[in-house]
Design a protein around this ligand. Structure first.
Ligand SMILES: NC(=O)c1ccc[n+]([C@@H]2O[C@H](COP(=O)([O-])OP(=O)(O)OC[C@H]3O[C@@H](n4cnc5c(N)ncnc54)[C@H](O)[C@@H]3O)[C@@H](O)[C@H]2O)c1
Ligand SMILES: O=CCCC(=O)O
Length: 500
């Protein structure tokens, strides 16, 4: 599908005012390539209905796009300044805000999350362009004293070159802007493969990039189906032109991409899976902890990499916490994301629902009890699952080790700080962690001992453009956003000058 009439009808059906945002082809060297000979279907995860067909970009088109991206990079490197790149990013930010409602609707129909969550995502996504528009003119380096009196060592931070960006479906806009904003601020060109489930949000950003003044070839986007995804991942990793890969997704795929990148020794940034502990100590403000758990565990129905995965509650406050949490969660409404009453949407696909079920079944077989929910909700659509709270989850339940990535809140009792720190750190993962206490020495002590890249102390909300976002261990490496975010897209060059 791609005629103007069809696109307009699609936009009208969903209340999207700016039909130009609906793109169904690949963006290659400044041109939209719509090829109806090979397409894949984008579906609404809430009801399984077909939304639109998108071009399944052919490998030869992608290979050419990568070459064009290198030409664009070299040209732009000579011409552009940080200030100019900053202005383009600022324009991009403004355009995202002008198209705010439309971008949120596009996100909801292809991802399933509630419109409120989508609006939150567009605010978050656009903030990275605002942030990096301000960072772009400030890429400073050093003048380093030499050991030899006649020498000077001058460094500069140069853009690494063409960057391959591979993004997931759970934040179809923000995972692109957090990478693209930093890469473009540094002066890199980018080739992006968005998630097969959510290409429309990505392609809408491709359109806005052109409107914002991205030079042709500085941003190319190749939508592909699941099957071709693997081929493109390998192509990016093995390409001698692409100098860096930035990936957000599962740890398994991260390991594969790292192996595939060995021959080209690429610079890599990986945001991978998590297994976030959420600890409520006996000296916590329980109301604060309950409020934080609602957002941090159940935002986007639990499909966020920094979602709490396992909740450890001190035995003294366990009953109060579980009663208050259950009362609040029972007020939530599952439904289609566009329905104004909906607080929580479906999961992305059947596999995700099965994982939630398997974690529930495992915990119950080991003695956990259902406090709320506990079942699939097929009457709402194929990918709906109850928001579920399990009490008295044993410490050997699967959910302690494996990320659910869904709406399951497992409550696990503990007695001592020492015991809970051991449980919390008993994992290969280390993305986010949370704990709640009013005792300041404990805040410092536990904060220093939790093995995670990001820690919330008395908060469940971490994400913002100024946060160095990233993990340790099997949760990946590299930091996105923040004053460090551009570093991943630059190389330090030193010039040693003698004879002074
Ligand atoms: N860190 C995050 O933000 C994040 C986001 C989404 C998923 N996840 C993790 O992934 C798990 C489930 O999600 P999933 O199964 O969709 O993850 P996944 O890793 O299979 O998919 C994530 C993204 O990677 C792409 N991808 C998959 N195989 C690829 C390959 N061989 N080469 C290149 N790209 C490839 C997918 O198309 C998708 O865009 C979760 O449990 C969570 O741990 C993490
Ligand atoms: O899911 C991955 C990113 C989540 C976030 O940035 O808050």
């Amino acid at each position: 599908m791609s005629s103007i009439e069809e696109i307009n009808a699609f936009a009208t059906k969903y209340g999207i005012k700016n039909a130009n945002l609906i793109k169904t082809g690949a963006l290659v060297n400044g041109e939209w390539i719509v090829d109806n000979s090979e397409v894949f279907s984008v579906e609404d995860p809430a009801n399984g209905e077909h939304l639109i067909n998108v071009t399944n970009t052919k490998i030869e088109v992608i290979e050419q796009g990568i070459k064009d991206s290198q030409i664009a990079f070299k040209k732009f490197l000579k011409e552009s300044t940080g200030r100019q790149r900053g202005r383009i990013l600022r324009k991009f930010y403004d355009l995202m805000l002008e198209n705010f409602d439309d971008l949120a609707i596009i996100c909801t129909i292809e991802n399933g999350k509630s419109l409120a969550d989508s609006k939150g995502e567009i605010t978050y996504a656009s903030s990275f362009f605002e942030w990096f528009s301000e960072e772009a003119p400030r890429i400073y380096a050093d003048n380093i004293p030499s050991a030899t009196a006649s020498k000077r060592i001058i460094t500069s931070k140069q853009p690494i070159g063409v960057v391959g960006i591979l993004t997931p479906w759970n934040f179809p806009s923000a995972m692109i802007t957090r990478k693209l904003g930093a890469a473009f601020a540094a002066g890199c060109s980018t080739v992006i493969k968005p998630a097969t489930e959510t290409p429309l949000s990505a392609l809408a950003l491709g359109y806005l990039a052109q409107e914002a003044g991205f030079p042709k070839g500085m941003l190319s986007m190749f939508p592909v189906d699941q099957e071709r995804t693997k081929e493109v991942g390998k192509l990016f990793c093995e390409s001698p032109i692409i100098k860096k890969i930035s990936f957000t997704g599962s740890t398994g795929v991260g390991k594969l991409l790292m192996t595939q990148s060995a021959q080209t020794l690429k610079k890599l940034s990986f945001e991978l899976g998590g297994n976030a502990p959420f600890i409520v100590f006996e000296d916590a403000d329980v109301d604060v902890a309950v409020k934080a758990a609602l957002g941090c565990k159940l935002r986007q129905s639990g499909q966020t990499c920094i979602c709490a995965n396992r909740l450890y509650i001190h035995e003294d406050v366990y009953d109060e916490f579980s009663t208050k949490l259950t009362k609040e969660v029972s007020k939530y409404v599952l439904g289609h994301g566009l329905d104004p009453n909906t607080t929580h949407g479906p999961l992305i696909h059947e596999r995700a629902v099965q994982k939630v079920e398997s974690h529930i079944d495992d915990a119950i077989s080991k003695g956990a009890e259902i406090l709320l929910g506990g079942k699939k909700a097929p009457h709402l659509g194929p990918n709906f699952h109850d928001l579920t709270i399990l009490g008295n989850v044993p410490k050997d339940a699967l959910v302690n080790k494996d990320e659910t990535f869904g709406p399951l809140v497992p409550l696990i009792k503990f007695k001592t700080e020492e015991e809970v720190l051991e449980l919390a750190n008993d994992t290969e993962y280390g993305l986010a962690g949370y704990f709640f206490s009013k005792n300041y020495s404990r805040i410092f002590r536990v904060g220093e001992q939790l093995n995670c890249g990001m820690i919330g102390a008395n908060t469940g909300a971490l994400g913002e453009a100024s946060l160095p976002f990233g993990g340790i261990g099997w949760s990946g490496f590299g930091r996105e956003g923040s004053k460090y975010g551009i570093d991943d897209y630059t190389v330090i060059k030193s010039i040693v000058i003698d004879g002074i």
